[in-house]
Design a protein around this ligand. Structure first.
Ligand code: ADP
Ligand code: MG
Length: 684
């Protein structure tokens, strides 16, 4: 019984010949290991065997009976029908198979069959149309009279064959799968023995056992995955040169702090502490700073910059767009106003003379903080002593880009990535294997949360009255039309129609603008600019997120057919208002057809916390559909479900931290099978 046997090719499994092996490969099942981990998509509950005499038409039923006779007939439409009469103590019934003439020679009177199918009225009496059957004398019962696994199958490989292959693998190979978890850990998290889990994942005796098996294997899978992530991370870190310890600089930090017109929130203090600990350490920092829009990330980054500059190093501060770079520059100038630190700005618009001057000052170390777009790293900026790189809204900034920065000094600068995308913490932890994470989960005091209301369609009269009052108070309004992915044309039509209707019938006296995804980028800019200048009262739009308008005077966000948007999308839309200091409103017009749909919209009404919303979204839709996660490249997990098993992921990470709950050599022995590196070797 050795672990190595799990690498065996599937073609060596009993009952698998060259043809079946080809089909198995098509399903990605090259190795015994893959088959073991081939979790059923779902299960049929065929535990209760019904009596033939008491069958009810119109339902699926499982029966057990003895074959009396077998005939082959031809239906009026030319189908071949194999018909067998089946008998138990309570009665008999004809059971039929379509177009499987060979069964005529397989089925014999006297055999006992277990079968599942639909009970229907035939020409004169009840009959059963067989979905699946099994001859009881032939070995194990896998297809009926039990909880039956249903796998993703392929043409040429039926459920029945898959079940028998999996069953064979369980019998011959599962014993080779090592138990990696220590007993204490299994007891602590109520995880059952791995061998029991394998059997119950595929052929559970009941649903309680199935759930226990699923939980155990989810833990196993998360452990294998996170172990691989950590190994990769350690390897990556090993390639970085040493960082610098920034242990001084407190005087400058104090000056900046004292000039702040507000107190930091507890959440801000917490993350400042985390970041400073990294800066003081001589390990290069790789940290992601997450916080909803307006949570106050910039101040935190400024304090980090102050600490680094206070140690005689420089900071590069990078924003995704020129507009944002300018905003950051202004903020930094304000925060650094009472200090001797010089702040510089470099964008594509900087005139050549000025640019040359700034570059020279950076190279001489006279500019302490240089603000620019992400292209800062590509341009020939030579820092005298680069100590910290702050990157706003660019999660994909990774090892490669950091490599570019390395040319600029012979040590590794610290790196702080800021993001307002509220990815739930569990996901973030799992995905950003190469970043540490700090979260600001609290907004500064005194913010007025956007008031959110649900409105059923048909009550537009009230909505229009409300909009009119806001406009009369000098405010502006967004109306977002639904995005129907399949049909951009239809979207356009809906938006155009609505704009016309508002402009002619509802608000003939107001200025109604239109902005949609099909416009040229120049046109979009023009519309956005006139809205910003207050020349438009109500902006009807399909693509507001894409355009990224930010107008503090807009106080109302109306979302049509809100049920068609994801929660995180709605949250982003809502984030477009509430930017000034007057009360803002988000009105979700919609009529979900399901309870879950209502629950989703209610969640929007209840909370303004982006992380909470993202979490609910994840719970409701699963990580596969979760906003943006696909682009984040999460692995396809076989058993674990990141939404459902979040607590298991936390547990796994805790165990990996302490490192005593599992058998390291054993884990090592299966880790490469999991990551698939073994598979590549195997192919050659
Ligand atoms: P983020 O970058 O996270 O979206 P900012 O850093 O731009 O948020 O902060 C948004 C606004 O809140 C800024 O005007 C900032 O000065 C202010 N602010 C930040 N922290 C606090 C605080 N603790 N108390 C009050 N206002 C704050
Ligand atoms: Mg910001």
């Amino acid at each position: 019984m050795s672990v190595a046997r799990l690498r065996d090719s599937a073609q060596y499994v009993k009952g698998v010949g060259p043809r079946r092996y080809e089909y198995l490969k098509r399903l990605g099942l090259q190795r015994v290991w893959d088959i073991l981990w081939y979790a059923p998509r779902h299960y049929f509950d065929r535990t209760s065997v019904e009596e033939i005499g008491r069958l009810i038409p119109g339902r699926e039923a499982t029966i057990r009976g003895r074959v009396q006779k077998v005939t082959l007939e031809r239906s009026p439409r030319g189908w071949q029908i194999v018909k067998a009469r089946l008998e138990d103590e309570t009665g008999t019934i004809p059971v039929i198979w379509f177009n499987q003439a060979y069964l005529k020679n397989v089925l014999r009177p006297g055999q006992v069959l277990l079968l599942t199918g639909k009970v229907v009225y035939g020409r004169s009496n009840l009959e059963l149309r067989v979905n699946e059957f099994e001859i009881v004398e032939q070995g194990h019962v896998l297809n009926a009279a039990r909880i039956v696994p249903v796998y993703r199958a392929t043409e040429g490989l039926s459920q029945k064959v898959l079940r028998s292959v999996v069953h064979q693998v369980l019998h011959d190979y599962a014993g080779c799968y090592p138990e990696v978890l220590a007993r204490e850990v299994r007891e602590r998290y109520k995880l059952e023995d791995i061998q029991v889990a394998w059997i119950n994942l595929h052929f559970p005796e009941d649903f309680t056992r199935l759930e226990k098996a699923r939980r155990r294997l989810a833990f196993e899978e998360l452990l294998l995955w996170q172990w691989a992530v950590q190994k990769k991370r350690a390897a990556q870190r090993a390639t970085l040169p040493a960082g610098r310890s920034h242990s001084g600089g407190d005087e400058l930090v104090r000056m900046v702090r004292n000039s702040l017109p507000f107190e930091l929130t507890a959440a801000q203090e917490q993350v400042v502490g985390e970041i400073f600990a990294d800066l003081i350490s001589d390990q290069p920092m790789s940290r992601l700073l997450q916080g909803d829009v307006g949570a106050g990330k910039t101040v935190v980054a400024v304090l980090a910059a102050a600490k680094v500059v206070g140690n005689g190093f420089q900071t590069a501060f990078m924003a995704p767009t020129e507009i944002l770079a300018v905003q950051h520059y202004q903020a930094l100038c304000r925060f650094m106003g009472g200090t001797p630190v010089r702040v510089g700005l470099l964008t594509g618009k900087t005139p050549p003379r000025e640019k040359a001057e700034i570059l020279a000052m950076v190279e001489r170390g006279e500019i302490g903080i240089l603000v620019g777009t992400h292209s800062l790293i590509q341009e020939q900026v030579r820092f005298a002593r680069l100590g910290l790189v702050v990157i706003d809204e660019q999660q994909r900034f990774g090892v490669r880009q950091r490599g570019m920065l390395l040319d600029k000094g012979d040590w590794c600068p610290d790196m702080l990535v800021m993001s307002a995308t509220p990815i739930p913490r569990t996901l973030a932890l799992a995905y950003y294997g190469d970043l540490d994470i700090s979260v600001i989960d609290q907004l500064p005091p005194g913010r007025r949360p956007v008031k959110t209301f649900l409105l059923k369609p048909g009550l537009e009269g009230r909505l229009h009255g409300f909009i009119r009052r806001q406009v009369e108070d000098g405010r502006q309004v967004y109306v977002v039309c639904p995005l129907v992915e399949e049909s951009e044309k239809q979207d356009l039509q809906a938006a155009t129609t609505l704009q016309k209707e508002l402009a002619t019938r509802v608000f003939p006296d107001l200025r109604i603008g239109l902005l949609h995804g099909r416009m040229k980028s120049e046109e979009k800019k023009a519309v956005a600019a006139s809205f910003r200048k207050g020349e438009v009262d109500i902006l009807v739009t399909t693509s507001i997120l894409e355009v990224g308008i930010d107008v503090p005077n807009a106080t109302v966000m109306v979302v049509q057919h809100a049920e068609r948007f994801g929660l995180s999308q709605l949250h982003q839309l809502r984030g477009r208002v509430g930017r000034g200091d007057v009360q803002s409103y988000c009105i979700l017009v919609g009529e979900p057809h399901t309870d879950e749909g209502w629950k989703r919209l209610k969640a929007m009404e209840k909370t303004g916390n982006g992380f909470e919303i993202a979490w609910q979204d994840l719970q409701m839709r699963g990580p596969g559909d979760f906003w943006g996660v696909r682009q984040h490249g999460l692995p396809a997990l076989k058993v674990a479900d990141l939404a459902r098993d979040a607590h298991l992921l936390e547990a796994v990470r805790a165990e990996l931290l302490t490192g005593v709950g599992y058998d390291e050599p054993k884990l090592c022995s299966i880790a490469d099978l999991y990551t698939g590196e073994e598979k590549l070797i195997y192919k050659n």
